[in-house]
Design a binder for this molecule. Structure first.
Ligand code: ZN
Length: 287
């Protein structure tokens, strides 16, 4: 991706290396308490995009606050994240303007190990997530290492896709989609709840594709191989792929993010079209 010497977003809150106040420390909660916080969060529409090991990982959360190092570490990665965030701001400001709305940019919080959000405490094991209550995306940069080593999704554009997906959840929140879906989810069966969750996630993937389309059209961000990196990442974090890896079999009813094929498909739909209206996963003939 062409990202060097481009505008960096100011909406970055760097909490790396910061320790969490003792009163709020995860250690004060039992392991189960933390799981409950995380699960409640998930119902409320927080997005642990990529639960690295599904639920088992959350039962043994990493509470080390030191995981990805000192402030100042990973600064190239920080700059990269700030550029990608700036690119999402430019694209969504314009897209909202076309819809006759105003885009309020989210803040991206960098943290290491564990973080406190308006949606509760989270350890980096939950992966990047978006909290609709404070309009913030939370990211531990060590996730990108996991993305590469554990999921085989390498390349800067794989990382950009993940950030743009989280920003996609912010867009859903601003457009009122998340609220509607959460209300609906509280009234339906668990398997239907999961289906709605999949529609939300696939829409965020599609928005990520829309972002790449528009950013490339305006500012030529894409280099050879980038699209493949994005598609590979979308495929690597499909529910079926993760379930097969972590539990050895696939349970489609338990999907919350969509299969690899679905995630690739919707990322592509957004990427090829470039119009957010195309991302109506809720009324699509097929997911
Ligand atoms: Zn998501």
């Amino acid at each position: 991706m062409r990202w060097r010497d481009r505008r960096q977003s100011d909406n970055i809150e760097d909490r790396r290396g910061m320790s969490i106040p003792r009163s709020a420390k995860i250690g004060g909660l039992s392991g189960l308490g933390l799981v409950a916080v995380v699960l409640i969060g998930m119902f409320l529409g927080i997005d642990p995009t990529v639960l690295l090991e599904g639920v088992p990982e959350m039962q043994t959360p990493s509470v080390s606050v030191q995981r990805s190092g000192r402030p100042g570490a990973n600064d190239e990665l920080r700059d990269f994240v700030a550029v990608v965030l700036a690119e999402t701001e430019d694209v969504w400001h314009e897209a909202f303007r076309k819809m006759g709305r105003t885009y309020q940019a989210p803040t991206l919080v960098l943290y290491s190990g564990a973080v406190e959000s308006a949606c509760g405490m989270a350890g980096s094991a939950v992966g990047p997530f978006y909290c609709p209550y404070d309009h913030k995306v939370y990211l531990d940069l060590s996730f990108f290492e996991d993305l590469q080593t554990r999921f085989g999704a390498s390349g800067d554009f794989a990382q950009a896709y993940v950030i743009a997906h989280e920003v996609g959840h912010h867009v859903q929140t601003l457009l009122g989609i998340s609220k509607k879906v959460n209300e609906l989810q509280s009234r339906v069966s668990p398997s239907d709840r999961n289906k709605l969750s999949v529609m939300m996630e696939l829409q965020a993937d599609c928005f990520s594709g829309v972002w790449a389309h528009q950013a490339d059209k305006s500012r030529q961000i894409l280099e050879a191989g980038d699209i493949e990196e994005g598609l590979n990442a979308a495929s690597a974090i499909g529910d079926d792929r993760i379930q097969r890896k972590t539990q050895g079999y696939v349970v489609p009813d338990a999907f919350t993010h969509g299969s690899s094929a679905q995630r690739v498909r919707w990322f592509k739909v957004g990427l090829e079209d470039g119009n957010p209206q195309i991302c109506d996963t809720f009324n699509a003939a097929r997911l």
